[in-house]
Design a binder for this molecule. Structure first.
Ligand code: PGA
Length: 256
């Protein structure tokens, strides 16, 4: 099993650099003892350059554009993120798909661009509503196969897939751990079909959607390769809560 990855997605919070720095340093202090786990913070773009990764924390971006440089007002290039020491990049988050009309094609272009610059894409997929069991697999298949279309397989070895049922995001109603594990198993099978076993095995699948300190550890399977990490939104804005999430994941037996 791979080392679990916990990503804090701050979204468009907090509203001042001072508050962002304070949140970051509280988290940095709090996670000091956590072993066998990788932790990434995804702050809004303007704060990336002010937050120093290291000592157990890596940096993630919440989005990226597909062009490296040029006349693209308002966009942020993968070259810039790379230069700032960013390691992970969330791509295709449902809030981008829904509110900014981000298509599977755009997601695909962003993934390619991120990989070219050595960033690790965290590709977000998930169904909109609590669909019946039969409908979710084709939705995930479509999102994933389109996201990965035409990308050389050998580039995809370190990629992360974030399964986030859209209805569970920010709703306080997370998916059940059993269901999340079933989804992880299905996604792994899809990846094996698309990329072959060797590459698929190197990919981490993580869960996102109303994760908090109480439920965090329950999403990580102990015996089989299910979810191997978490994408945390709301709960990552409260330093103490996020630290408890990290500690509960680090305390899982497979992390030792
Ligand atoms: P949430 O958000 O933890 O607030 O549900 C998760 C996400 O959107 O990545």
């Amino acid at each position: 099993m791979l080392k679990p990855l916990v990503i804090a997605n701050w979204k468009m919070n907090p509203t001042t650099l001072r508050a962002a720095r304070a949140l970051f340093s509280r988290v940095r202090r709090g996670i000091r003892g956590a072993r066998g786990i990788e932790i990434a913070i995804a702050p809004p773009f303007p704060y990336l350059g002010f937050i120093q990764p290291g000592r157990g924390l890596t940096l993630a971006a919440q989005d990226v554009f597909w062009e490296p440089v040029g006349a693209w007002t308002g966009e942020v290039s993968p070259a810039m993120l790379c230069d700032l020491g960013v390691r992970y990049c969330i791509i295709g988050h449902s809030e981008r798909r829904k509110n900014f009309g981000e298509s599977d094609e755009a997601v695909n272009r962003k993934i390619k661009a991120a990989l070219k610059f050595g960033l690790i894409p965290v590709i977000a997929v998930g169904e909109e509503t609590p669909e019946s069991q039969e409908v979710v697999p084709p939705i995930l298949f479509q999102q994933l196969s389109r996201a990965l279309l035409g990308i050389p397989k050998r580039w995809l070895g370190r990629t992360v897939i974030a399964y986030e049922p859209v209805w569970a995001i920010g709703s306080g109603k997370p998916d059940t751990p059993d269901n999340a594990t079933r989804r992880a198993i299905y996604i792994r099978k899809l990846l094996i079909r698309i990329l072959g076993r060797r590459i698929a095995d190197a990919i981490r699948i993580i869960y996102g959607g109303s994760v908090n300190a109480q439920n965090a550890a329950s999403f990580l399977s102990r015996d089989i390769r299910g979810m191997e990490g978490l994408l945390v939104g709301g709960a990552s804005l409260d330093a103490e809560e996020f630290i408890r999430i990290v500690q509960s994941v680090a305390a899982r037996p497979h992390c030792r």
